[in-house]
Design a protein around this ligand. Structure first.
Ligand code: SAH
Length: 245
């Protein structure tokens, strides 16, 4: 009947919007990756939930569209925002294989915004979001995007900064950024945003390069040339003070 693609925010719970909460409440069945279903199961104990493992994205979306086309009210849940490296696009692609269903996307707080709030205000100016995962994007393209964003002095958020089998990607990315950004550039990472074990650290780009603490549950922030630290917080000025007010 209806398929709602719901962003849960970085940690679900209090990070969820009212719309996200209502979409799950109104669904006959909730479908998602096991780790995200686990985040919300406690809040909706009576709800039918179907979880699938990682790398089962296409199966999961087909299951969801099929259930909706059979008359169910379905919610597909993703962490953060469902349109930022989430399932929203794939749901539309897969829906072409089925009779028409109504699809609604409910936005969520993406990790970049959740993490930025933990750090202070690092994204107050133009920023670029780049995933270091080369599962579906050729590494050369990722390198090009890193290079161009660094050259243009964007603040850069890195998603999927490291995982087993890709241990040196953050180092390789930092080496590209260092072609255009100073080693003193203010950087940071936030782990487990909005979840148990949330942890953050501010450090210069030269140290980020060799950081072994960054894992796949971490979002990395690389400042622009104006980014600074104020009272332990990472801040990118918008320019109001420089305007002489
Ligand atoms: N749709 C998600 C992103 C999925 S890609 C969103 O909008 O946030 C997965 C990557 O997102 C992770 O490797 C990590 O870099 C980042 N991420 C997602 N949730 C996070 C969290 N709670 N804490 C830290 N990083 C997170």
């Amino acid at each position: 009947m209806k398929l709602t693609v719901v962003g849960l925010g970085p940690g679900a719970g209090e990070d969820m919007t009212g719309r996200a909460y209502r979409a799950i409440e109104e669904a006959d069945v909730v479908i998602g990756y096991t780790a995200y279903i686990d985040l919300i199961r406690g809040a909706f104990p009576e709800k039918e939930m179907r979880s699938t493992g990682m790398k089962k994205e296409v199966d999961r979306c087909r299951m969801a569209v099929q259930a909706a086309s059979e008359g169910k009210n379905v919610a597909v849940v993703c962490s953060g925002d469902s349109g930022v490296y989430g399932m929203a696009g794939l749901i539309y692609e897969v829906s072409k294989e089925f009779p028409p269903v109504e699809i609604e996307v409910v936005p969520g707080i993406t990790a970049a915004c959740g993490g930025a709030a933990v750090l202070g205000a690092p994204l107050t100016h133009d920023f670029a979001v780049i995933s270091l995962s080369d599962l579906m994007t050729p590494w050369e393209k990722i390198e090009k995007r890193l290079e161009c964003a660094a050259e243009a002095d964007f603040v850069i958020c890195l998603y999927n900064p490291r995982s087993r089998g890709r241990a040196d990607y953050l180092m390789r990315a930092c080496d590209i950024l260092l072609r255009h950004k100073s080693g003193d550039t203010v950087c940071a990472y936030v782990k487990n945003i909005g979840r148990d074990g949330e942890q953050s650290r501010i450090l210069p780009l030269s140290e980020l390069r060799d950081s072994t603490d960054v894992d796949m549950f971490t979002t990395v922030f690389v400042g622009n040339s104006q980014t600074t630290v104020i009272d332990g917080k990472m801040v990118t000025p918008r320019g109001y003070m420089q305007r002489g007010e």
